[in-house]
Each structure stands twice: as structure tokens, then as C-alpha cells.
Design a protein around this ligand. Structure first.
Ligand SMILES: [Zn+2]
Length: 333
């Protein structure tokens, strides 16, 4: 770590629609203590602020430290948001959040500097600094779960974009006039390759009379939504319908990677998120194949690494800790 940056631990927070995860992180990236709590977004922003504060204090307790030992807190949050002002503009997963000054409210309660950033950006920053992107300068993160999120790091700097809207990789259009996406456009990669899209296509296949292991797995687990775990089980069981639908998702993700690499030419493309984690390397191999075929510059194509994320559920809080430390260094707070 550079000069002028406090050696004190910081707390990284991952604020999601269902859970809050906090971790005390040392200057070398080691997690010293963690805590987890349900978000309960139905209570509104002030209730969630109180729950974040409690989760941070619990994590500090778990690390056997005192709040005065902590230099700063940073939180990942679902966007869209303004990381410079610390304001959540609105968040579909957190009902009732409109222009909410999350960083200021947390800073008042915790009595220390607090910054916020888009959660997927932080997941990418975490992987860049402490996970699959270590040692690289230019890194693209692609997170495949309920939706598809992305992050872009150029020359070691997280790119926010002119309107803080960079790296919305999930909404790159890969199929003109394709299925409707939640964003209002059609044929976004999220609309053809997210878990939501995969579930839609599998259920349509079953409705059309195709055989599949999925109904029995969902019934056994008493689930009414397709989980990444159930998807992985059917995929490993060579379920023909699931293999076909996932194959389609892999094809479009391969096109996405090729487009991104042709534009940015990064050293590493990191794949994370619930679907990727559940399916692992078998998910990635065909994506890689399609991507390499569509690279414009095929010389040394395999040197562009397309790899699995390494930090799992901790990527966002670790990225938050990296951000806290960077901001701290810059502001001297
Ligand atoms: Zn979209």
C-alpha cells in the first residue's frame, strides 16, 4: 500500500436486497472478522441504515477490535447511485429509496468517513486487487446471476463513466429484436443469458412438453424459483433441455466477451456471480471458445485470460475495503 494511507483496518459492506454482509479488512486484504444480517428493505432506508450500522459493529466485535480501531467504512449498494456524492438515486431492490444520502447517514451514525459505490463495480475492484485479476492493469468483470452486471478497471482505476453509468455490460444488445429486457430494451445479454432468462427458457421448454430433471429437483427442494444450485444439478446430470438452454446463454456470453475484448483489449475477463459459481469451469469453457473465435486480433488470443472469480460472496466487501483505503489515501481523511 502507498504512502500516506492509514495502516488501520477498514470495514467493507455489501448491501444487497436480501442481506447485509460486513467484513473488517486489514491493510493486506485479510478479513479479520465478519457479520451478516437480513436487509429488511420493507422498513425503508432509515431501518436499513440502522441494520448496516449494527452489522458493521458486529463485524468489528467479531474481529476483536474497537470502533476506534477502524479508519473508514465503504459500502457496495445496488445502483444507480452517485459515488462522489454518496447518494443512492434509486434502487429497484430497495423500495422507497429515492435520492437517499446513504454515505452521509452512515457517516453520522458511525462517526467516521464512509463512501459508497455500485456493488458490481466493487466486486470487480475486489477481484482486481485481491482475486483473479491480481497483477493485471486492465480488467473486465462480468457477474452472471439474477441479472448480469459488469465492472471496468483501466490502468488500475475503476471507471465510473461520465454519468456514473459505465460498464452496464448486462445491457449490451447481443440479439437485435430479442426477448424484452427489464430495462425496456430488447435482446440485452441479460435478457438471453441471466438466470432469469435461463429459467424462462427452461420453463417454456417444460411447458412445451420437453422432459427435464428440473421439475423434480424444484419439487424436492420446495422451491418455486429456479436456483443456481438446481440449475447446476440438472446441468451436471446432462439434462438435455438444461444443456441446450445454458448452451445458448454461453453462446451469447461468448459474443459479449468478444465485443468487450475487441473494444477494451483487457488482460483479464473475470466471470463471477451465482450462476457462474454454481456451474464453474464447465460454464466458462464454451464461453471462452466462442469469444476467442470472434476476437478481431487473434494473435496471442489465449493470452487474454477468461477466468472464474476467486472471492465468491466476499468480492464486494473486499472491493469496498480497497475503495475505502484508496479514498482515505486521496482525501487524507
Ligand atoms: Zn437491458
Amino acid at each position: 500500500m502507498g504512502k500516506g494511507i492509514s495502516g488501520k483496518p477498514v470495514v467493507g459492506v455489501d448491501l444487497g436486497g436480501t442481506k447485509i454482509l460486513a467484513g473488517v479488512v486489514a491493510a493486506d486484504g485479510q478479513i479479520l472478522g465478519m457479520a451478516k444480517r437480513a436487509t429488511k428493505p420493507e422498513g425503508g432506508p432509515e431501518v436499513v441504515v440502522a441494520r448496516i450500522v449494527k452489522t458493521v459493529r458486529k463485524a468489528v466485535e467479531a474481529a476483536k477490535l474497537d470502533m476506534s480501531d477502524i479508519a473508514a467504512v465503504a459500502s457496495g449498494a445496488p445502483g444507480p447511485l452517485d459515488p462522489d456524492q454518496g447518494i443512492i438515486w434509486n434502487a429497484p431492490n430497495l423500495a422507497g429509496w429515492e435520492n437517499f444520502p446513504l454515505a452521509d447517514r452512515l457517516s453520522e451514525r458511525l462517526e467516521m468517513p464512509v463512501c459508497i459505490e455500485n456493488d458490481v463495480n466493487l466486486g470487480t475492484l475486489g477481484e482486481y486487487a485481491l482475486g483473479a485479476g491480481r497483477g493485471a492493469r486492465d480488467v473486465v468483470g462480468i457477474f452472471v446471476g439474477t441479472g448480469i452486471g459488469g465492472g471496468l478497471i483501466l490502468d488500475g482505476v475503476l471507471r465510473q463513466g461520465f454519468r456514473k453509468a459505465a460498464a452496464e455490460i448486462g445491457h449490451m444488445i447481443v440479439l437485435a429484436d430479442g426477448p424484452a429486457c427489464g430495462c425496456g430494451n430488447r435482446g440485452c445479454v441479460e435478457a438471453v443469458a441471466s438466470r432469469t432468462a435461463i429459467e424462462r427458457d427452461i420453463l417454456a421448454g417444460i411447458d412445451a412438453g420437453r422432459e427435464s430433471l428440473i421439475p423434480a429437483i424444484m419439487q424436492r427442494d420446495s422451491r418455486d424459483r429456479l436456483t443456481s444450485g438446481a440449475l447446476a444439478e440438472a446441468f451436471r446430470g446432462n439434462d438435455p433441455l438444461v444443456t441446450e438452454v445454458i448452451g445458448k446463454a454461453q453462446f451469447y456470453l461468448g459474443l459479449l466477451v468478444a465485443s468487450v475484448v475487441n473494444f477494451v483489449d483487457p488482460e483479464v475477463v473475470i466471470f463471477g456471480g451465482g450462476v457462474t459459481e454454481a456451474l464453474g469451469e464447465d460454464f466458462l469453457a464454451p464461453i471462452r471458445r466462442v469469444a476467442y473465435q470472434c476476437f478481431i486480433n487473434k494473435r496471442g488470443a489465449e493470452q487474454v485470460k477468461i477466468v472464474l472469480a476467486q472471492l465468491g460472496d466476499n468480492a464486494v466487501l473486499l472491493g469496498a475495503a480497497v475503495l475505502a483505503r484508496r479514498r482515505l489515501g486521496k482525501d487524507g481523511a
